[in-house]
Design a protein around this ligand. Structure first.
Ligand code: APR
Ligand code: PHB
Length: 390
């Protein structure tokens, strides 16, 4: 098989890239290690910045998102037992975010791809990338006991943090920056109405908690837990009990509990690869960078990488110009580092770090007090949350 672009990974990055290239008449194949159902079974944050909303519209797949997505003009910060609303709309001159599950966004893109009759090879085994330092890269994979080879002009590494694209780049050619955090997030999805119409980020003496949602009838909650905890250690009952203890009296009263439909623990990490390309292979999304989930920047960063990458590839084919592909990494990294800084800061502010001692906690309390009582500090939080300009 020969295509212009071989996309490795069929998560949100790979699907969105495939769609934007298709609209420009560029021929691409997507190779995904898992099945489509498996990809849709992964529950991740779903808070879309305007840039991501616009991109879904540009891709012509925004219809259901606008129908079902929930516009949020603010969120609550809970500390010292009290809630303080960050009015994003007011602080940023009318900007907001949209709550729409990442699963749903991925499903919309997959459906559009299927309807257009384009190829996605699911359950592609042992995918390997070759000759991407030449003008004729190749990708090999196994399917139904046979080895196949694809020739292409470019490889797009959209294969997530554990993918093979970044791992295939010679070590000397890239630099990786990494920070891990000494706790994880235990998440529960439940078919219950959200405790509040907006999100609540809680800094409690018992650890961080987040009250999020997927719709008016489906909630997503998280608790900071030690990395040594296992999902089996947490029954639904112990989860709800602990969540209640981390909330304010009003939320505690209003919380509606029910059986979990998904429960998982995710570690937190800050990670960036520089540069985001090697020869004719370009990395996008989680393959190149990870943020801790506080502030929900992961999907939004993936979307902007894809916006820049699709634009650069379109320029290459339409104008025969390599200028934009040459600037791809630099363009993405400026936005990535700003979101990395914000996610690290928001994580540091909201979680318990016993290793920082009593004084660390006092610094947090003072910063939270400043944050909600200074318009300048609230504006900084709000403008980062809605997404910094491109
Ligand atoms: N061959 C083929 N596919 C692979 C391989 C491989 N060797 N390794 C991984 N994949 C697939 C995974 O199965 C997954 O479906 O690549 C896909 C990568 O998807 P994601 O991990 O969702 O990454 P991305 O599409 O960049 O999406 C970024 O995900 O983690 C969140 O917060 C993050 O919202 C952001 C989004
Ligand atoms: C989520 O709904 O999963 C979510 C929302 C906001 C975050 C992180 C996760 O900051």
């Amino acid at each position: 098989m020969r295509v212009q672009v071989a996309i490795v990974g069929g998560g949100p990055s790979g699907q969105l890239l495939g769609r934007l290239l298709q609209q420009a008449g560029i021929d691409a194949v997507i190779l995904e290690r898992q099945s489509g159902d498996y990809v849709l079974g992964r529950i991740r944050a779903g808070v879309l910045e305007q840039v991501c909303i616009d991109l879904m519209d540009e891709a012509g797949v925004g219809e259901r998102m606008h129908r079902e997505g929930l516009i949020h003009g603010g969120f609550d910060m809970l500390f010292n037992g009290e809630r303080h609303r960050i009015d994003m709309e007011q602080l940023t001159g009318g900007k907001h975010v949209m709550v729409y599950g990442q699963t749903e966004l991925t499903r919309d893109l997959m459906d559009a791809r299927r309807a257009a009759g384009l190829t996605t090879i699911y359950q592609a085994g042992n995918v390997t990338v070759h000759d991407f330092d030449t003008a004729k890269p190749r990708v090999r994979y196994e399917k139904d006991g046979q080895t196949h080879e694809i020739e292409c002009d470019f490889i797009a590494g959209c294969d997530g943090f554990h993918g093979i694209c970044r791992a295939s780049i010679p070590r000397r050619a890239i630099h990786e920056y990494e920070k891990t955090y000494p706790f994880g997030w235990l998440g529960v999805l439940s078919e219950t109405p959200p405790v509040h119409e907006e999100l609540i980020y809680a800094n409690s003496p018992r650890g961080f908690a987040l009250c999020s949602q997927r719709s008016h009838s489906r909630s997503r909650y998280y608790l900071q837990v030690p990395l040594t905890d296992k999902v089996e250690d947490w029954s639904d009952e112990t989860f709800w009990q602990e969540l209640r203890l981390r909330l304010d009296p009003d939320a505690r009263e209003k919380l509606v509990t029910g059986p979990s439909i998904e429960k998982s623990i995710a570690p937190l990490r800050s990670f960036v690869t520089e540069p985001m390309h090697f020869g004719r292979m370009f990395l996008a999304g989680d393959a190149a960078h990870i943020v801790p989930p506080t502030g929900a920047k992961g999907l939004n960063l993936a979307a902007t990488d894809v916006k820049y990458l699709s634009g650069a590839l379109i320029e290459f084919y339409q104008d025969r110009s390599e200028a934009a592909i040459g600037h791809y990494s630099e363009r993405c990294l400026r936005r990535i580092w700003r979101a990395e800084r914000f996610s690290w800061w928001f994580t540091s502010l909201m979680h318990r770090f016993p290793e920082n001692g009593e004084i660390g906690q006092k610094f947090q309390e003072a910063e939270l007090d400043y944050l909600v009582n200074s318009r300048a500090a609230s504006t900084s939080l709000a403008e980062n949350y809605v997404g910094l300009p491109l």
